[in-house]
Design a protein around this ligand. Structure first.
Ligand SMILES: [Zn+2]
Length: 137
């Protein structure tokens, strides 16, 4: 379902926006160890974003520990996207790209977009609605 929704949205994007940067997958499955490392960023005494400062508020990127994120299951219940143009330049903060792609993704029922999260909006993130109650491996 998730893969289907992405494939469909990606094709529509390329047809409707031939000159704009196109979406690509940046994260699907994320092991528990990696999830805990992300969770710990604001308190791990490391400079996670490479700006020369240790443990600042902007290193906070997730409120999920291992097993609490839809990325921690295989196959994954979530994926994140970025955008790239045909020269290979990547776009991580262009709100219009994420918002427009989300409109295509949300045409498929059963998808939740991180841009609609009430806490910690996460525009690159899409997940299966109700993944919490789905069978896990
Ligand atoms: Zn995500």
């Amino acid at each position: 379902m998730l893969a289907y929704a992405y494939g469909k949205a990606e094709v529509e994007w390329k047809i409707n926006n031939p000159k704009r940067p196109f979406p690509f997958l940046t994260a699907t499955f994320r092991p528990g160890v990696e999830q805990n490392a992300l969770f710990a960023q604001p308190t791990d005494k490391k400079d996670n974003d490479g700006d020369g400062k240790i443990d600042e508020p902007d290193e906070f990127v997730t409120n999920a520990r291992a097993g609490q994120s839809p990325h921690n299951f295989n196959p994954s219940y979530a994926f994140d996207v970025g955008f790239q143009d045909d020269k290979g330049k990547t776009y991580w903060n262009d709100l219009t790209l994420f918002n427009d792609f989300a409109k295509l993704m949300l045409k498929t029922a059963g998808i939740t977009w991180g841009g609609n999260f009430k806490k910690l909006q996460d525009r690159p993130h899409f997940e299966l609605t109700g993944w919490e109650n789905m069978p896990k491996k």
